[in-house]
Design a protein around this ligand. Structure first.
Ligand SMILES: Cc1ncc(COP(=O)(O)O)c(C=O)c1O
Length: 390
């Protein structure tokens, strides 16, 4: 007789997300569901906000997690900051920058695109040229472009935004909790992330933070915010001191998010960033010693998401299928312009570990061998271990 039990294979998640989840976070998911206005639950929500302020490095009062995945955070930021006719400069150097562009166009903002090669960061010089041409309300860009594996340096862009009095809208979906995000220092007006990557919780919530200036601008718009669900002036009445019902907040997901944030707090942010960097360097050393190449130049490599070029003649889909079937290992394929050209290997949150680096190198070497592509695994493992100082 077929079993009615819910079954899912136990995978090792090393793709662009979701990633592996710490047992304590799984356990938090079984905490009893309670009402969204229960005083005990409101304490949970307050603590989520408090710990999110730490990871965003901000004092912003309006810092919380919108219901929905990272895309809901993106929509919250775009829909609240932009109204019809607002001039926005959108930097598109990958798949997710383009998603911001699409959303800004749906808000009927006056969108100027600053496009660049996928695999490279946005050039502050070009941003400056655009800012010299006309006045903008917002610059929108992606801090950690998951489609290319590029980490966007922020210091110069932040300086320019301050000099020209432009707001910054930042996608920190693949950086928050794994790479430094300095919302206050960089002067971010709206930033969003997701629960399922470096934060280490299941998908379903999107951490967001809005500066006081952004909240003020949202309150004083000419046109109403086009998304009712993600209108921060309404959400603020639930998250803030008024405690007015807005939506039935998922206590289950917020418990998990809180536990994941508590784990981050216990580890310490700087220690966590160092761990992500160390494991990334070991993976790169291993991959390169095996004879493979990275897509991104060293200064711009994102520690949390590694893009490895697929060697000539190797079948992307077969390799990923083999890894999943034989080793229960999930890695990501390329998106958009990079489809079939790169693998995307995530080392985020609980998945960023020495064991995972070594497991990935060995499994990939075997998958390549099955395709008739030789790689030097022994050198790869040696290089990774020596990078780790082991
Ligand atoms: C940089 C970036 N932005 C936005 C998103 C959208 O997030 P989600 O798929 O959680 O809606 C992703 C998803 O991977 C992403 O990597």
């Amino acid at each position: 007789m077929p079993s009615n039990r819910l079954e899912a294979p136990l995978r090792k998640l090393m793709g662009p997300g979701p990633l592996d989840i710490h047992p304590r976070v799984y356990q938090a998911l079984t905490t009893p569901v309670i009402g969204h206005l229960d005083p005990a639950y409101l304490k949970t929500l307050d603590r989520v906000g408090e710990l999110l302020r730490n990871v965003f490095a901000t004092q912003n009062r309006l810092t919380h997690a919108t219901p929905g995945t990272g895309t809901s955070g993106m929509e919250a930021c775009v829909a609240n900051l932009l109204e019809p006719g607002d001039a926005v400069l959108v930097c598109v150097l990958g798949y997710f920058g383009d998603r911001i562009r699409q959303m800004a166009e749906r808000q009927e903002a006056d969108v100027t695109l600053l496009e660049g090669e996928w695999g490279k960061p946005a050039d502050p010089e070009r941003i400056k040229e655009e800012l010299d041409k006309r006045s903008y309300k917002v610059i929108a860009l992606v801090h950690a472009e998951t489609s290319t594996g590029v980490l966007q340096p922020m210091d110069e862009i932040s300086r320019l935004a301050k000099e020209y009095g432009v707001m910054i809208l930042l996608d920190s979906v693949t950086s928050l909790g794994g790479v430094e995000v300095k919302a206050d220092e960089w002067g971010l007006d709206a930033a969003y992330s997701c629960s399922q990557k470096c934060i280490g919780a299941p998908p379903g919530l999107a951490p967001v933070t809005f500066s006081d200036r952004a909240v003020e601008a949202a309150r004083n718009r000419k046109h109403p915010i086009r998304s009712w669900y993600l209108d921060i002036t309404l959400l603020d009445k639930y998250w803030g001191s008024e405690r007015v019902y807005h939506h039935t907040s998922s206590s289950t997901l917020n418990y998990a998010l809180l536990e994941a944030l508590q784990l981050i707090d216990e580890e310490g942010l700087q220690h966590r960033f160092n761990r992500h960097l160390k494991n990334h360097k070991a993976l790169v050393a291993g991959v390169e010693a095996m004879g493979l190449e990275m897509l991104v130049e060293p200064p711009y490599r994102l520690p949390t998401l590694n893009t490895v070029r697929i060697p000539e003649g190797v079948d992307d889909v077969k390799v990923r299928g083999y890894l999943l079937e034989k080793f229960n290992l999930e890695i990501g394929g390329g998106l958009g312009a990079l489809k079939g050209k790169v693998w995307r290997v995530g080392l985020m949150g609980y998945s960023s570990s020495v064991e995972n680096v070594l497991f990935f190198l060995s499994s990939l070497s075997r998958a390549l061998a099955v395709q008739g592509c030789k790689s030097d695994l022994s050198s790869g493992l040696d290089a990774a271990m020596s990078e780790l100082g082991a």
